[in-house]
Design a binder for this molecule. Structure first.
Ligand code: ARG
Length: 417
């Protein structure tokens, strides 16, 4: 055996660690199954909740040989959420690809740790039924084809009951009694809630499902704000300059208070299953509403039309775990080119579950008052309209004439027979 092979056989496993029961048990579970050390990486994508230093210590207490916290919040907001905003990304016209967006940034940090620790394997806690396993594994092999992937839940049969038994038997410092009925994934772009009674698509979500949003049926007084965009990026709220992360956080608070961005969908998973999902994405939905409106104001008509198709495909690719694919890369280039003039201001009212655009202005819009006005003295040359309509309708008019001529002839023929 060469040294290289020998190194690989003892190389540690890098685990995407959440601090929850499954990934905590996975540390010892994988060590026993493979004989390798486990290095834990917890990536902060703005999920909030438990202190990440507490999570790091738990990884060590559960047997990790090393544990890392990667603060990826600004990176996630700037390099992942902003491109999603440029693409107005809504999978199946509804889901703002919340979880799908965070997987590639987590993957980047896992791969960096794998290289630092000489690991040959990266592990994650996803089940074998969802999209996230695909996003992790396709993501990892897309940027580090030499790495292999391991899913203890899927590949080493780590079920929930076994995890509870294991945690109790090994006295792991992790809660095993409190049963949260939901599977939740959250980051600064939004929150996904599934499983439990929500698996019955007829049953309405209860109030305790939500945490990023307040009940839109009992909203506080309406909130008005102005968002400034520069080349597709929101850069200020009410004139106050902020980073992308800060803008998303402020919008989550202000739109969240009004109950904006609650979604209840049955969506098509990549693995073929239809699943019922609840989402809350107050900031994302309000920002996409504003951004779309500014695009209507500034994009040339054909460019805007074509972009709608590209946007849709972009969201599908990201949903499908193709963040690092060549097609996604090419679509990024197109979308980024379209953002050149998406600059200006959008004035919005947030109230009772809705983000409504009240006004828009831009020094580079294609809106020309003198062309648009119905008042006296417009600059639009009405005499051009007549010839334009003649030519726009010409090919269909010729086809209609032919139809008329042939309908009469064939009906005549039938009469003869
Ligand atoms: N269905 C969504 C998606 O595939 C959300 C997944 C959320 N993940 C979770 N472990 N709860 O993007």
């Amino acid at each position: 055996m060469s040294d290289h092979t020998h190194t690989n056989e003892t190389a540690p496993i890098v685990l995407a660690y959440s601090g929850g029961l499954d990934t905590s048990v996975a540390i010892g579970w994988m060590k026993e199954a493979t004989g390798r050390d486990v290095v834990c990486v917890a990536v902060d994508v703005g999920q909030g909740g438990e202190d990440l230093q507490v999570i790091r210590q738990r990884a060590l207490d559960c047997g990790a040989s090393a544990a890392y916290i990667a603060d990826a919040r600004e990176e996630f907001a700037t390099e992942y959420c902003m491109p999603a905003l440029h693409a107005n990304a809504l999978y199946q016209d509804a889901y703002p690809v919340i979880s799908a967006l965070s997987r590639p940034v987590i993957v980047k940090h896992l791969v960096a740790a794998a290289r630092q620790f000489g690991a040959a394997t990266v592990a994650h806690g996803c089940t074998g039924k969802g999209n996230d396993q695909v996003r992790f594994e396709v993501g990892i092999t897309s940027i580090a084809p030499e790495l292999s992937c391991l899913s203890p839940v899927r590949d080493l049969a780590l079920t929930r009951d076994k995890a509870i038994d294991y945690a109790n038997a090994h006295r792991l410092p992790i809660e095993t009694t409190k049963s949260n009925p939901f599977s939740i994934d959250q980051n600064v772009w939004g929150r996904a809630i599934e499983t439990g009674f929500l698996e019955d698509p007829w049953v309405e979500p209860t109030k305790d499902v939500y945490s990023y949003t307040d009940d839109p049926e009992f909203p506080p007084v309406a909130d008005e704000l102005t968002i400034t965009f520069e080349q597709g990026n929101p850069v200020a709220i009410d004139g106050e300059a902020m980073t992308p992360l800060q803008i998303i956080q402020v919008m989550n608070q202000r739109a969240g208070r009004q109950g904006i961005g609650r979604l209840d969908l049955v969506e098509d998973r990549l693995v073929g299953i239809k699943s019922r999902e609840i989402y809350e994405a107050p900031g994302a939905i309000a920002l996409i509403t504003a951004h779309k409106e500014l695009e209507r104001f500034t994009l040339e008509r054909e460019q805007g039309r074509f972009k709608a198709h590209v946007d849709n495909r972009w969201a599908e690719l990201v949903y499908d775990g193709q963040w690092f694919s060549p097609l996604k890369h090419s679509l990024d280039a197109f979308i980024s080119d379209t953002q050149r003039y998406v600059s200006g201001e959008i004035r919005m009212r947030l109230h009772g579950g809705r983000a409504i655009v009240l006004g828009r202005r831009s020094p580079v819009s294609l809106y020309d008052f003198n062309l648009a006005t119905y008042d006296e003295g417009d600059s639009f040359d009405h005499s051009h309209a007549r010839g334009f309509i003649e030519l726009v309708g010409l090919s269909t008019k010729l086809a209609a004439r032919r139809d008329a001529a042939n309908t009469t002839a064939s009906e005549g023929g039938q009469d003869d027979a």
